[in-house]
Design a protein around this ligand. Structure first.
Ligand code: 4NP
Length: 163
């Protein structure tokens, strides 16, 4: 029987730029580079501005150029059940981390982390919000998310090995 999947929720503000990108990138890299890992992945936003919308066209285009498709995603907000459903709730920046920690029941608080915590040898702990910036912002988001996804895959593999 397959082991229980590790359930991971990526969270940003609007759920149209960073967290859907993280969801698509992590899903693709885990499938390609760690097919032995069992993961279940979703994303959400802490704000409700864009609920029901497809990912930002600029984010989709930048992701597509690297081979990631997130066109089917529709934005949603975090909901109370998410704190029970997910093993890891990974915020893109400190502001979203803080909002999640406040919303989380005490028992779930330790599951709320900064996604970039998994990257070693860097001081960068936040994926910057690209919404009001130029196109380079979306490339930076992808660079950080690809590095953090690989670091998280490594971390999860070590956990499986140690179990
Ligand atoms: P995200 O980007 O949090 O990465 O989805 C944003 C999307 C929308 C807004 C801000 C950030 N907004 O202010 O509408």
């Amino acid at each position: 029987m397959d082991p229980k999947p590790v359930r991971i929720l990526f969270v940003c503000l609007g759920n149209i730029c960073r967290s859907p990108t993280a969801e698509a990138v992590f899903r693709a890299l885990a499938a390609r580079e760690a097919p032995d890992l069992h993961v279940s992945i979703d994303s959400a936003g802490t704000a409700n501005y864009h609920v029901g919308s497809a990912p930002d066209a600029r984010a989709q285009e930048a992701a597509r150029r690297r081979g990631y498709d997130m066109s089917g995603r529709r934005a949603r907000t975090i909901e109370p059940l998410d704190f029970e459903r997910f093993d890891l709730i990974l915020a893109m920046d400190r502001s979203n981390w803080s909002a999640l920690r406040h919303a989380a029941p005490r028992a779930a608080r330790e599951r709320v982390r900064l996604f970039l915590e998994y990257v070693q040898d860097t001081d960068v702990l936040e994926v910057p919000d690209p919404y009001y910036g130029g196109p380079n912002g979306f490339e930076e988001v992808l660079d950080l998310i690809e590095a953090a996804s690989r670091a998280l895959i490594r971390h999860l593999r070590e956990q499986v090995r140690a179990a």
